[in-house]
Design a protein around this ligand. Structure first.
Ligand SMILES: Cc1c(C=O)c(-c2nnc3c4c(C[n+]5cc6c(C)n(C)c(C)c6c(Cl)n5)n(C)c(C)c4cnn23)c(C)n1C
Length: 331
């Protein structure tokens, strides 16, 4: 079997996050979920979510599904890198993504979500595509959709083809040659503690020389920006007129009129260039002439993160074979 579904930016102006349609239950209930390779819980706004915490999101109602089963006594609770959080109970039900079906997928139903989830009405929940070891369900952790689907897939892979300000695609079980150019460079993945962790071969700022120092980090579709070591980030913003590291805005900002250099990162022998246009993330507040950078420092996070700003510049193969690898191709 295979599956293929669109990854649609939640805001046409800035690539903050992408959502993908899924169906849950019988008859099918359609929700838009944020596919997140940086976590491994599949959770949804539901009939168990207090109505005061719902603002326009679609919800999953297990009681309306003839195939839902309560996973008695199981609970979950998760906190994300930006401090947002959710928790709740667990059902199993039929689940499909782009025509790929899993019969008894653990669906974590939110009984509590933090305010940033309530205010983001275009995200009905998250679908974790990290390794199942990260799943937070107690007393028994649950498998991700990808791990449940793997045995049905021609090849144990999924691919991310995220795009700038337009819909991209998540494919499951096959690698679409039409989506990339040249060869795919595969690099090892360390699946411990559960992220798609790989080592980049280095970076360059604009037309500067390539620095071949290895950068270990995670490929994270659920994070908007790129978070790298301070030395790299300062080298980048040194090339941006008027850039400052703003405590007020919590990162590097610059005049939206500034000329930005592109940013190049290496995977094996292949080089990926993030265009300057991706490196200006968004005005710090609506209408402001001060812009927030798409590259920020990872100091204080504890891990380097290759988020959407970087992933949009490549076609990425998440190879769930044993051992797992990551494939990167230009497009
Ligand atoms: C260590 C880390 C992160 C690790 O992941 C991280 C981050 N970066 N984007 C996201 C997240 C997103 C993507 N996302 C980012 C958004 C931003 C920057 N803004 C202004 C809005 C309105 C966003 C929405 Cl709705 N969604 N989502 C949906 C969740 C649950 C995230 C959790 N963390 N997160 C930050 C900001 N930091 C410091």
């Amino acid at each position: 079997d295979t599956g293929s579904a669109a990854a649609v930016p939640i805001d046409p102006r800035f690539d903050i996050a992408y959502v993908t349609p899924v169906t849950i239950g019988t008859p099918p209930q359609t929700l838009q979920l944020d596919f997140d390779t940086g976590s491994s819980d599949l959770w949804v706004f539901s009939s168990h979510t207090p109505t005061s915490q719902i603002r326009g999101q679609e919800i999953y109602t297990p009681d309306k599904s003839t195939t839902s089963k309560l996973l008695d006594g199981h609970t979950w609770s998760i906190t994300y890198g930006d401090g947002s959080a959710s928790r709740g109970n667990v059902y199993t039900d039929n689940f499909t993504v782009g025509g790929l079906a899993v019969a008894s997928q653990a669906i974590q139903c939110a009984q509590q979500v933090s305010s940033s989830f309530t205010t983001e009405e275009s995200i009905d929940g998250l679908l974790g595509l990290g390794f199942s070891t990260l799943n937070t369900v107690n007393p028994a952790s649950q498998l991700t959709f990808f791990d449940n689907a793997k045995s049905k897939l021609g090849s144990p892979v999924f691919t991310a083809d995220l795009k700038n300000k337009q819909a991209g695609t998540y494919d499951f079980g096959f690698i679409d040659k039409a989506k990339y150019t040249g060869e795919i460079t595969y690099v090892p993945v360390n699946p411990d503690p559960g992220y798609w962790t790989f080592t980049s071969s280095g970076y360059a700022v604009g037309s500067g020389n390539f620095s071949g120092s290895p950068i270990t980090g995670i490929a994270d579709t659920g994070t908007s920006l790129v978070y790298l070591p301070t030395a790299i980030v300062t080298a980048y913003y040194r090339q941006v007129q008027g850039a400052t590291n703003s405590r007020n805005y919590g990162g590097y900002v610059f005049p939206c009129s500034a000329t930005l250099p592109p940013f190049t990162f290496g995977v094996g022998e292949t080089k990926f260039t993030i265009p300057a246009s991706y490196m200006s993330y968004a005005p710090v507040t609506d209408g402001s002439s001060t812009c927030f950078g798409g590259l920020q420092s990872s100091s204080g996070i504890g891990v380097n993160i290759w988020g959407d700003v970087a992933l949009k510049a490549a076609f990425v193969v998440f190879n769930g074979a044993n051992p797992p690898t990551l494939g990167w191709a230009t497009k």
